[in-house]
Design a binder for this molecule. Structure first.
Ligand SMILES: [Zn+2]
Length: 100
């Protein structure tokens, strides 16, 4: 469920997922971050807050890819142009794709 009035393109969502994952890993790498709740440090608090934020963002999993009709390069669902040959792509949304 996503009640945020934010709209991201597929590429932006993909970048967000990458960033969220990177921050999560960086938090986990901080010494003391993996300690128990009894010995809570500012980092465990940050880790918990971050987890809640990630949950709220509800970025989901990476979307399915679809093939460029011209060069067969795999493109993000929702991409308007092929990243390989720059051909205009039919803009498919996940739901429309499922209905098709
Ligand atoms: Zn292409």
């Amino acid at each position: 469920m996503n009640n945020l009035m934010l709209t991201f393109s597929g590429l932006e969502l993909s970048r967000l997922r990458t960033l969220v994952e990177a921050v999560g890993k960086e938090i986990a790498l901080v010494p003391g971050a993996a300690t128990t709740a009894e010995s809570q440090t500012p980092w465990t608090a940050l880790d918990m807050t971050w987890s809640r934020l990630v949950e709220m963002l509800d970025l989901g999993t990476e979307p399915e890819m679809h093939e460029c009709p011209a060069c067969k390069h795999l493109c993000m669902l929702g991409a308007t142009r092929c990243g390989h040959c720059w051909t205009s792509l039919p803009t498919l949304k996940a739901k429309e794709n499922l209905a098709a």
